[in-house]
Design a protein around this ligand. Structure first.
Ligand code: NAD
Length: 547
């Protein structure tokens, strides 16, 4: 068999219940005889293209996005190849269903919509035997783990064990957007409890019934998990996802040089937003070193973007200390200034000398930024006054409303274009439809990490890199920005269309792998042709042939 298994192993109904090998009605006549499937399937043999048509018809008939999500999850559990074929061939339609914004709704409802096991749960109750339970994972090899503790899911707060939808969705994107093989992807929920009272009072909640574990016990569990993961799957890439910011920065700092690990909320967001800025400069006609960015929100995402931006300026010879002065922050306490009092470690480098300002418009007027980036998780914070203030200072104001899901965006695409008289260079975290203004159509770009992490992960996995470095994220940002065409820019779009995501990811992966090989980080020999090597690795949603 082309997948290495013998017909005896998968005879009869068993193969129909194996999502990796199932072809449904696409088994050929010969395969039906060989695998003893005759009688178990309707007699008509369908092509994968016909199956895709049926799936699309079903999805489009569903009344809500949550039901579409559930249908897609069921398809993934039944026939993975067909699931990925549908997602990849219709990525613009499917991405918002399997990821933000619908995945956010799914996580909020997870305890009620739960149907089948997917992913791997490590709970606080499992401490001391994490290595042992990890052997229960049904696949021989994991090359990538996306792990969350569900404390800060999208912009939705603490969803505890119900945050499992996020690693599942992210890993589906890894396969769809960059071809990591589905059986090499391991979604993990580190269940350390929740402080969400609603969940604790819900008898259907799936997580352990306790408030969040903190301090030493928390760190010990994380450490046990990371050690066990590396023992079971040596060199596995670990992506930290949706941890609360009291843990995210700490864990990243602790593990980034010890194992192959990154935090997507910090570093992935950083790279995607900086790619957007670099592309936007081709519209505004200005230089990177002339930019002053005012952030709304100084959490993981905001600080992550500023760090990559500073790295981009440093790469052009501007010392980091000076480069940081190009980034200013307003958080829930107003403008981040040096004499604010106690400031969290991750914010300190951006606490500049200035008198306090308690509102965002005031900060715009005082600082005159060229760009504002919303990563506050707070809807509607880019008011008409904010956009008008930006438009009065800049001929082409850069306005990124990156908070997810859609309902949390700082402003809508229509507001950004409308209030700036069509002059804003706009991007959002979740998708917005094109906007008609006068006789022009504006196509907003989606500044979502999905443009970055699949390619970075692919490059790190294929090169077997021992680390994921800041240099790789900066390279990914440049790589993504380079792939924005003049046609995209003419329509106002500062990211390539999602339909090109596989090519985009493959090119990012090449740049990341090149860094791993050049810097002695790769645990394998450099192949003759990095591009061909990466393409050869990439999973294609094509049925195996049984003969
Ligand atoms: P976080 O909790 O670490 O940080 C939130 C920040 O917003 C904090 O600094 C907080 O002080 C600030 N804030 C809250 N209310 C505010 C207010 N009223 N005024 C000013 N500041 C306020 O969260 P995070 O991980 O940084 O994520 C923030 C948002 O960014 C979320 O909505 C998340 O979905 C989104 N995000 C988007 C992407 C993307 O790809 N587009 C990636 C990562 C995060």
């Amino acid at each position: 068999m082309t997948d290495g298994s013998s017909p005896e192993m998968y005879r009869g109904v068993k193969i129909l219940h194996d999502p990796v090998r199932n072809k449904g009605t696409a088994y050929t006549e010969a395969e039906r005889d060989l695998l003893k499937l005759r009688g178990l399937l309707p007699p008509r043999v369908h092509t994968a293209a016909e199956q895709e048509l049926r799936v699309l018809g079903n999805i489009r008939e569903k009344p809500t996005d949550l039901e579409r999500y559930l249908y897609l999850v069921a398809l993934q559990d039944r026939n993975e190849t067909l699931f990925y074929r549908v997602v990849m061939n219709n990525i613009e339609e499917m991405m918002p269903l399997i990821y933000t914004p619908t995945v956010g709704k799914a996580c909020q409802e997870f305890q009620h919509i739960y149907r089948d096991s997917r992913g791997f749960y490590v709970s606080f109750e499992d401490r001391g035997r994490v290595r042992e339970i990890m052997r229960n994972w049904p696949h021989r090899e994991a090359r990538i783990i996306v792990v969350t503790d569900g404390e800060r899911v999208l912009g939705l707060g603490d969803l505890g064990a119900d945050g499992m939808g996020i690693p599942i969705g992210k890993l589906s994107l890894y396969t769809a957007c960059s071809g990591i093989h589905p059986t090499q992807c391991m979604p993990v929920m580190l269940d350390v409890g929740t402080n969400n009272e609603k969940l604790l009072n819900d008898p259907l909640y799936n997580g352990i019934e306790r408030r969040r574990v903190r301090g030493e016990q928390y760190d010990e569990l994380v450490d046990e998990f990371i050690t066990a993961a590396n023992e079971q799957f040596p060199g596995v890439l670990i992506q930290l996802e949706d941890f609360g910011n009291s843990n995210a920065f700490r864990l990243l700092a602790r593990y980034r040089d010890r194992v192959c690990l990154f935090d997507d909320d910090i570093q992935g967001t950083g790279a995607v937003a900086v790619a957007g800025i670099i592309a936007a400069l081709r519209i505004t006609g200005s230089e990177l070193s002339d930019q002053k960015i005012l952030f709304l929100g100084a959490g993981e995402a905001g600080i992550g973007v500023a760090d990559v931006f500073v790295a981009a300026l440093a790469d052009r010879g501007i010392p980091a200390a000076r480069a940081r002065k190009h980034c200013w922050f307003v958080d829930s306490e107003g403008l981040l200034v040096a004499d604010r009092g106690e400031v969290a470690d991750h914010k300190l480098p951006y606490a500049h000398d200035h008198q306090p300002i308690d509102n965002f418009v005031g900060a715009i007027t005082a600082l005159k930024p060229t760009a504002i980036i919303g990563l506050s998780g707070q809807a509607g914070m880019f008011t008409k006054d904010v956009i008008e203030a930006m438009a009065s200072i800049n001929s082409r104001p850069i306005i990124f409303a990156l908070s997810n899901p859609t309902a949390n965006a700082e402003c809508t695409a229509e507001q950004a274009y409308g209030w700036s008289g069509g002059r804003a260079v706009f991007a959002s975290g979740s998708p917005f439809d094109p906007v008609e203004l006068g006789n022009k159509t504006f196509v907003p770009g989606q500044g979502n990490n999905a443009y970055i992490f699949p390619g970075v992960g692919l490059g790190a996995i294929v090169s077997r890199s021992r680390k994921v470095t800041d240099e790789m994220f900066l390279a990914a940002a440049h790589s993504l920005a380079r792939q924005v065409s003049d046609v995209d820019l003419e329509r106002g779009r500062i990211y390539p269309p999602l339909s090109r995501i596989r090519q985009v990811s493959a090119l990012i992966a090449q740049d990341v792998a090149r860094i791993a090989y050049d810097n002695g980080l790769a645990d394998r020999e450099e192949p003759e042709d990095i591009a061909a090597d990466i393409h050869q690795y990439m999973f294609q949603p094509v049925y195996p042939h049984y003969a």
